[in-house]
Design a protein around this ligand. Structure first.
Ligand code: HCA
Ligand code: CU
Length: 379
């Protein structure tokens, strides 16, 4: 299966609403949904319409916006829930049930046979209403693979649109994800979705491995927001996919990532992390002299992501002790100062000495360069 064929299920309006700082108003949900649609995600997942009366109203509103993206609701695997979800007018219902021994014991108390019966009942009901249906098992990686494969095969046999594997607790490694999705790919003919939490920092790698193993859909949220420290971030997944094949993400309006990240950061009251994929303030900043020199010659030396593709620009930091004369020369040229290489090297040495004494700014560097160009010196 080619990794070019994936679909993003953007769950900021479902998993993201489970982030502790998130409490979106209707207007905010509509703004996020429209932005995601403009970006080009294939599906938008919404909070269960049973969560609250407003959640139901908002699901109806978003389903009625006429967006290009498919609108999916998310519910427990129960007929009453599925009915209410269908009432919203959404394109699909994503149902989920816990299959790990822990969830079976401490959550719903059901055995696998019973879970299979319920799954079959709910899947066939949603299908009979002409609506798309996905069946997923919560905590898939702490479930017995034989158990979950049995349920997946049963719902596949009656025509479920998609089955989902969920790393609910962020415990899975990329190799485990690859293994389970590859095995599942051989057992079912329907689409396969992966949903991965980021507790141990593997959410992007796990989503990527799921796609490599034949998954067709991956769940994301903006900035990765969700329960605890969240899930696969949209921007991080895009960075990973772009790094392997920029053509694979050409279907998305990449410069919109910046507005998606900053809009949601503002709404949930956080800053975009400085080291965030693509939109972090330092994502395209280069510092050491050796890096700066190479970047000035050819940005691909130290960049696998082209900032321009995301509507962003790179920045070369030169006011510090690690600076190099090529970067200083480039700055002198920017300022229109015709300094020869020898002088540039002398100024660079002064900058390094000065930076050893105290933090310096670009203004300090510019001042030094100007003084030298006027025939002066450091003093
Ligand atoms: C939840 C759990 C979930 C569901 C994932 C899915 C998880 O409902 O909060 O529907 O595939 O991580 O298991 O987000
Ligand atoms: Cu989750």
């Amino acid at each position: 299966m080619s990794i070019e064929e994936f679909h993003i299920i953007e769950s900021t309006l479902r998993e993201g609403e489970q982030f502790v700082g998130a409490s979106f108003t209707t207007e905010q949900k509509v703004e996020i949904a429209r932005l995601l649609d403009a970006f080009g995600v294939e599906c938008i997942e919404l909070t269960s319409p049973l969560a609250s009366p407003q959640s139901y109203e908002d699901a109806c509103t978003i389903a009625g916006l006429g967006l290009r993206a498919r609108i999916l609701t998310h519910t427990r695997c129960r007929i009453e829930d599925a009915k209410r979800a269908i009432d919203t007018g959404a394109d699909g219902v994503d149902v989920v049930i816990g299959t790990s021994s822990m969830l079976r014991r401490f959550s719903h108390g059901k055995e696998i046979d019973e879970i299979t019966d319920i799954a079959l009942e709910v899947v066939s009901y949603v299908k009979s209403q002409g609506v798309e249906v996905r069946f997923s098992t919560e905590d898939s990686f702490r479930s017995d693979p034989a158990d979950i494969f049995r349920v997946y095969e049963a719902v596949d046999a009656i025509g479920v649109n998609r089955v989902g594997i969920a790393d609910t607790v962020g415990v899975a490694t990329p190799r485990q994800v690859y293994g389970i999705v590859r095995d599942l790919r051989q057992r079912v003919s329907c689409d396969i979705e992966f949903h991965g939490h980021n507790d141990s920092g593997c959410a992007i790698a796990n989503a990527y491995e799921a796609l490599e193993a034949g998954a067709t859909h991956v769940d994301t949220s903006i900035l990765g927001i969700g329960e605890r420290n969240g899930i696969t971030p949209l921007g991080g997944l895009i960075a990973r996919l772009y790094a392997s094949s920029s053509a694979s993400v050409a279907k998305y309006d990449l410069p919109l990532l910046q507005s998606l990240d900053s809009t949601v950061a503002r709404m949930v009251g956080v800053d975009i992390p400085f080291n965030n994929y693509i939109t972090g303030i330092t994502a395209f900043t280069h510092k050491a002299g050796i890096h700066a020199k190479a970047i000035l010659n050819n940005p691909e030396t130290y960049e696998i992501l082209d900032p321009q593709a995301f509507g962003l620009t790179r920045y070369i930091s030169i006011a510090h002790r690690l600076t190099g004369w090529n970067a200083i020369k480039n700055r002198a040229d920017q300022l229109g100062l015709g300094l020869n290489d020898e002088t540039i090297k002398t100024v660079t040495a002064h900058i390094k000495t000065l930076a050893d004494e105290k933090p310096i700014s670009l203004d300090d560097v510019d001042g030094l360069l100007r003084r030298w160009s006027n025939g002066g010196s450091r003093e």
